[in-house]
Design a protein around this ligand. Structure first.
Ligand code: HEC
Length: 211
């Protein structure tokens, strides 16, 4: 009897841990895959941040995003309906519409239950190249506000040269590490993971090659 109870406990423990960690799968993780899309494309000044709350939406945190999401039902989710299709109403001009990859990621996450999942991915401690690593971090977290048409603080982080120009005076690291004396980035929500910060730091220490 005792053995059975112990076995049951062990099995439920395994079920619980696998469920909370990976249920959404590596491709539907809120913190790593979905949240950065909102931060980079929706929370700029005048839009959906804690101060401006356009249309009542603060999209700089999970609870605020969930006000426009019905878990498992993308088509009943106001947020999904404004970003999908050929002529989405959001993001408004002059901001670019979301890529179909981003729209599909949000749809997948809603279909999977729209959970506040995090730490779904193992930290890559090997690859610190620009093209293979750093560029992707900029793409998902920063480029919505830092591109050729709309360069927050004068920085276009969508390409190598623009990113290198942000290294002067330690601005890039100071801003992503939220150090005093720098504007904390991303501007209206959260902080990129310590794994990503470490990758950017390693790339800079290696002489920030264009590799
Ligand atoms: C929601 C829009 C938004 C997002 C997302 C965003 N930024 Fe910014 N960023 C701005 C604006 C606007 C400024 C200029 C005003 C300021 O310094 O606060 C700025 C300024 C900066 C500066 C200059 C900081 C300083 O102290 O002078 C750096 C460096 C920077 N951003 C890097 C980044 C990086 C890296 C990311 C992604 C991790 C990012 N930003 C994400 C809007 C954004």
């Amino acid at each position: 009897m005792k053995i059975r109870v112990t076995l049951l406990l062990i099995i439920s423990f395994f079920l619980l841990t696998t469920c909370t960690k990976d249920q959404a799968g590596p491709d539907g993780c809120f913190q790593e895959d979905v949240f950065p899309i909102f931060v980079s494309n929706c929370t700029m000044s005048g839009c959906h941040n804690s101060k401006d709350k356009r249309a009542g939406y603060d999209l700089s945190n999970y609870e605020g995003i969930m006000k426009g999401i019905t878990a498992k039902h993308p088509l009943n989710s106001e947020i999904y309906n404004t970003i999908r299709g050929n002529n989405p109403s959001m993001p408004e001009k002059p901001y670019a519409k979301l890529s179909s990859k981003d729209v599909n990621m949000i749809k997948l996450w809603i279909n999977m239950g729209a959970r506040n999942s995090s730490n779904c991915k193992n930290c890559d401690t090997i690859n610190f190249t620009y093209a293979g690593r750093v560029k992707g971090i900029m793409q998902i977290w920063c480029v919505g506000c830092h591109n050729s048409a709309n360069s927050g603080g004068g920085f276009d982080l969508s390409n190598y040269n623009g990113l290198v120009s942000s290294l002067a005076n330690n601005k890039l690291l100071g801003s992503i590490k939220h150090l005093p004396g720098f504007s904390a980035m991303p501007q209206s929500g959260g902080q990129i993971s310590s794994c990503d910060i470490n990758a950017i730091q390693k790339w800079i220490a290696n002489g920030y090659p264009n590799n």
